[in-house]
Design a protein. Structure first.
Length: 271
C-alpha cells in the first residue's frame, strides 16, 4: 500500500539532531540547553507481555576468552512483537495498514504533549481516558497541535515489572486475558483524536491502548484505520511537561512486522 508521504523530513530530523548537539555546521552552537529522557523499559526476562504472547528470551551463544586470547560475547534473542516498550503498526488492526518497515521516520519524531490522568487512573484500574480529559488539557494548554505525538500518562509504569499490579493479573495463558485490568483510551476519544485533531502517534504507559477489559479493541481499530501508530508500555512520562518536549520513537525495522520493540526518548528544553 502507499504510505503517508514524508512532508517535513528535514525539519523533523534536523531539529532533534540540533537538540542533541549532533548536527554539523554553524547551527550546532545554537542548540538549546535541555536534557534527554529515556522512556523505554529494558528488555529482559522480567519484561511484561500479553498473557498469551511469547516472552523475551536472551540466550548466551558465547561469553569469555577465545583461543586467541581476546574477549568475545554474543547472544541470541527471541520474543513476540508486542511486549515491553513497543510500537503497534497500523496493520496490527487494519488489514490494509502499513507494516513497521513502511512507517516513515517523520511519523516517529516530533513535538509531544502529555495528558496526565494518573490521579484518576490509579484510583480506577479500568479508567478510560476520555474526550473530557482532552478538553480539560486543551483548556489549560491550548489546542493539541496538528501532527503531535499524544502521550497518555496513567502512572502505571510505577508498577513495572510486577505483572499483578501492572496488568491486573500475574497469570499467563488464554484464561488470564479475561482477568486483565489496566487503564486505556476510550473508543470515542480515539475517534476524536483522528477526526478532530490530526494526531500522528499515540502512546501510553500501559500494556494496550485499549483498556484491559476490552474485547473489541475499538481504539486500536480507530487509530490503525487512520494510519496512526501506537506506542505501548512507555516509561517515565511523569518526567515530561504537558507541552514543549520532543519525542524520537524508533522501532526495530522488521520487514512486514505488525509491531516491534521500541527505543523511545524525549528531549526537554531548558526553560
Amino acid at each position: 500500500m502507499r504510505t503517508r508521504a514524508i512532508t517535513r523530513p528535514i525539519s523533523a530530523v534536523a531539529s532533534l539532531l540540533l537538540l542533541a548537539g549532533c548536527a554539523t555546521g554553524p547551527a550546532t552552537g545554537n542548540a538549546p540547553a535541555g536534557r534527554w529522557v529515556d522512556l523505554t523499559h529494558a528488555f529482559s526476562a522480567e519484561t511484561l507481555y500479553w498473557p498469551i504472547a511469547e516472552p523475551f528470551k536472551l540466550e548466551k551463544e558465547f561469553a569469555g576468552t577465545t583461543p586467541k586470547g581476546y574477549h568475545y560475547s554474543a547472544n541470541r534473542y527471541s520474543a513476540s512483537e508486542h511486549g515491553g516498550t513497543h510500537m503497534d503498526a497500523p496493520i496490527h488492526f487494519a488489514e490494509q495498514g502499513a507494516t513497521v518497515d513502511q512507517i516513515t521516520v517523520d511519523q516517529l519524531i516530533g513535538p509531544a504533549i502529555v495528558v496526565d490522568v494518573s490521579g484518576k487512573a490509579l484510583a480506577n484500574r479500568d479508567y478510560l481516558v476520555s474526550v473530557a480529559d482532552f478538553a480539560a488539557w486543551e483548556k489549560a494548554n491550548g489546542a493539541i497541535p496538528a501532527e503531535a505525538i499524544v502521550l497518555l500518562r496513567t502512572g502505571y509504569d510505577r508498577y513495572w515489572p510486577d505483572a499483578q499490579k501492572y496488568l491486573g493479573t500475574g497469570e499467563r495463558g488464554a484464561e488470564a486475558v479475561a482477568k486483565l485490568h489496566f487503564p486505556g483510551l476510550a473508543p470515542d476519544a480515539a475517534r476524536w483524536l483522528v477526526e478532530q485533531r490530526r494526531t500522528k502517534a499515540v502512546g501510553l504507559d500501559t500494556a494496550s491502548i485499549d483498556y484491559g477489559q476490552s474485547s473489541l479493541f475499538e481504539s486500536h481499530r480507530s487509530l490503525a484505520a487512520k494510519h496512526v501508530v501506537i506506542f505501548e508500555n512507555v516509561a517515565g512520562l511523569g518526567e515530561l511537561p504537558p507541552t514543549g518536549s520532543s519525542v524520537m520513537a524508533l522501532p526495530m525495522k522488521i520487514g512486514g512486522g505488525s509491531g516491534a520493540p521500541l527505543r523511545i526518548v524525549a528531549f526537554i528544553p531548558k526553560r
